[in-house]
Structure formats: structure tokens, C-alpha cells
Design a protein around this ligand. Structure first.
Ligand SMILES: [Zn+2]
Ligand SMILES: [Zn+2]
Length: 395
């Protein structure tokens, strides 16, 4: 199979699908029209099975003609609550909702990959599950998994995913072995003191004072207690307390996130709780701590990374494969699919200042470089088939 030729042959179709989805963006778990487009397309190919999961999620199954492993490829399908200002002729027709993260491109690529691979099923050893995931922007992957997505997908041995990226030049592919995108946990700390008259602080317990020390101690803990080779970020993003300047409130709430670009996050979380609890206790306060997972660590399996780098070199050439300083403190819930199985996640560069496709995602001027779609398709198909052929040969 000539991957480059096949990807190019569907480029126009891929762009048309992407623009259709771009015109009709939908927020997380409301992707009804998008799911309709996906399901209709997969059935028309036709794939062997098209299953629905978690409302707007879809899993398409393609059985190759030869025996081999089961693999999954994931695309996210949701848009963001942003009023589009890109100026594209196919801009969002839903005011206040925009595909500003490129998930329209991810979805279109995976649909076209399914069509190409289905036409070559005679050459495919094993089964491919095409997983279309809702609500990436707010942890939709775990909900799909909890709803049985991996059973529906035939318990894939490996998981592959990608993201189109503005900050890498068009024509490049970027990835690294090991930690690639940080885990992200969200906290809400409620500190309880004793409210009263602002003129008599000694008769009160001011939770605002405790909160100020909590914030300082968290930063000291982060900076001095952890190796710089295990990057960790603790950010407080919200504080709420008080109603009046002459009244000491009973409580204060702090909310924020803890991000770890390493596998030692449980230790960080434990120490976070200790630092908060003991600081509150020093200032005679009590506290409640809620910590919930936003997304896990995206970790590229080192053995699979070798195969992926081979695929990338064949797709874009060695000098366009970027592997240094790739890891980021941002996250992607693709990680949840990679928690129980090895996987690979890579970036497809689309930055081109002359086209405005170097604008960051989640921005109202975000533009997708449609020439990157054929590269993403080619790379994914090469990687998937390389893995399947390797595994089939070993069995
Ligand atoms: Zn996003
Ligand atoms: Zn995204």
C-alpha cells in the first residue's frame, strides 16, 4: 500500500468533511450532528461494525483479512465555547461555539483513514478500532472507558492518537519517548475558620490568613522538595471569601490545578494534602480537600516510539522529525486510553505564518492548516500498519 498516495487521494474529501464539521461545531457531549456525520460515513464505507458509546461517542471496527493484534486509533470530536473570529469562509454557523482546537481536523482524518484502510483490508493483519471521543476538553475519555468503550473496541493492545499543533512548522512531526503531556488534577480546598468583627481579629480565626500561608507553602514545597527533572506545577486559579470589608468570613475556597510531567504524581498529591492540612492547623483552621483527575500523564511507550519515529521519517523525512523539547505541561485525555495499554501520541506541525496557522489553539483567530491533514493520515496509517505487521510476524 502506497500510504502517501492513498492519503493524498483523499485529501480533498478530508478537507470537505473538516469544513462541514467546522461550520457546525458542538460542545462536549452535545456533538449530535457531528456523531451523525461520523456514523453515516463509517456505515457507508462500510466498516464491519459501528457502535455508539456515551451518547455522542462512536467506535468503528474494521477486521483485516489476516490474523493479528487489535489496535485503536482515537480522534476527539468536540468544540469550544469561543466566538469565531478566524475570517474563514466556512466559519462556525453557531455563534459562541468554535472548533478552535483542531478536533474537526482530527475527526476528518480518522474518517478518511478508516475508508482507506477498509479498502485495503486484505493487507491488514488484525483488527482496528476507530474511536471517536466526545468532550476531550473536559475529560470525556474516562467516561467512554467507564461506559465500556474498551470492551466495545475489542480490548485493543495499543492506542494511537495525535494533535495538530500550531507551534511546530508545517511539514514536521513532533514526539518524544516517555512523558509527553502532563497529568492534570484539579483541587478545591475549603478552609474553615471562625468569622466575626474585623476590629477584633483575636476573637476570630481568619481563614484568609491561613489561605495566604497555604499558597506560599505550596510553592515552597513545589520548588524545594521536588527534583527539577520531575517537572511539577501547582497553580491556584480561584479564591473566594468574604462579603464585606469589616467582616472576617468563616470560610475561604481555593481552586487550582496540579500538573506533573512524570509518573510520581501520587507522591505529589499526598504531600500537597499534608502541606495544606498542616498549614491550616498551624493557623487554627480546619480544611476539606477535593482532588479530581482532569487527565492522566500522556506517556509514549519507548519501544513503540522507535516504530513511530520510523513511520515519521518515512512520512516527512528525518530532518522534519522533531524529538527534543517536545514535552508540555498541557494535557490530553488521550492519556486515559494509554493508562492500561502502551501507546503513542504525536504532534503534526501546521504552523505557517503566511496562512495564519501559527495562531495558538483555544484562540478565536485559530486556523487549521488543511495541508497537514494528509500528513497526519499518512503518519497514522504507517504507524498502525507497522505495529500490526510486527506483531503478526512475531505470532
Ligand atoms: Zn483544546
Ligand atoms: Zn485539542
Amino acid at each position: 500500500m502506497d500510504y502517501k498516495k492513498e492519503a493524498k487521494s483523499l485529501k480533498t474529501e478530508c478537507i470537505a468533511i473538516r469544513r462541514d464539521i467546522h461550520r457546525h461545531p458542538e460542545l462536549g457531549f452535545q456533538e449530535f450532528q457531528t456523531a451523525g456525520i461520523i456514523r453515516e460515513y463509517l456505515k457507508s464505507i462500510p466498516l464491519d461494525e459501528v457502535k455508539e458509546c456515551s451518547g455522542t461517542g462512536t467506535i468503528g471496527i474494521l477486521h483485516g483479512s489476516k490474523p493479528g493484534p487489535t489496535v485503536m486509533i482515537r480522534a476527539d470530536i468536540d468544540a469550544l465555547p469561543i466566538l469565531e473570529q478566524s475570517g474563514e469562509p466556512f466559519s462556525s454557523e453557531t455563534p459562541g461555539v468554535m472548533h478552535a482546537c483542531g478536533h474537526d481536523g482530527h475527526t476528518a482524518m480518522l474518517l478518511c483513514e478508516a475508508k482507506i484502510l477498509a479498502a485495503h483490508r486484505g493487507e491488514i493483519p488484525g483488527t482496528i478500532a476507530f474511536v471517536f471521543q466526545p468532550n476531550e476538553e473536559d475529560a470525556g475519555a474516562q467516561i467512554m472507558i467507564d461506559d465500556g468503550a474498551m470492551e466495545m473496541a475489542g480490548h485493543p493492545e495499543v492506542a494511537f492518537g495525535l494533535h495538530l499543533k500550531h507551534n511546530y512548522p508545517f511539514g514536521t512531526i513532533a514526539m518524544c519517548p516517555g512523558p509527553m503531556m502532563a497529568s492534570s488534577y484539579y483541587f478545591k480546598v475549603t478552609i474553615h475558620g471562625k468569622g466575626g468583627h474585623g476590629g477584633y481579629p483575636h476573637l476570630c480565626i481568619n481563614p484568609i490568613v491561613a489561605a495566604a500561608h497555604v499558597i506560599e507553602n505550596l510553592e515552597s514545597f513545589r520548588a524545594f522538595e521536588n527534583s527539577v527533572f520531575e517537572p511539577t506545577v501547582i497553580s491556584v486559579g480561584m479564591i473566594h471569601a468574604g462579603e464585606k470589608n469589616i467582616v472576617i468570613p468563616n470560610d475561604i475556597e481555593l481552586e487550582g490545578s496540579i500538573r506533573c510531567l512524570h509518573r510520581n504524581h501520587e507522591h505529589i498529591h499526598r504531600r500537597f494534602c499534608e502541606v495544606v492540612e498542616q498549614t491550616c492547623s498551624l493557623y487554627r483552621c480546619t480544611c476539606d480537600i477535593e482532588l479530581k483527575c482532569g487527565n492522566s500523564l500522556v506517556y509514549n511507550d519507548p519501544a513503540l516510539e522507535k516504530l513511530a519515529e520510523e513511520a515519521a521519517v518515512e512520512t516527512v523525512g528525518g530532518k522534519n522529525l522533531l524529538t527534543e523539547n517536545i514535552a508540555v505541561m498541557g494535557g490530553d485525555d488521550m492519556a486515559e486510553f494509554m493508562n492500561d495499554r502502551p501507546g503513542i501520541y504525536f504532534f503534526v506541525g501546521m504552523g505557517d505564518p503566511s496562512k495564519g496557522t501559527d495562531c495558538p489553539n483555544h484562540n478565536d483567530h485559530f486556523r487549521l492548516n488543511e495541508d497537514s491533514l494528509a500528513i497526519g493520515m499518512e503518519m497514522t496509517m504507517r504507524l498502525v500498519l507497522k505495529y500490526m505487521e510486527q506483531q503478526a510476524a512475531q505470532k
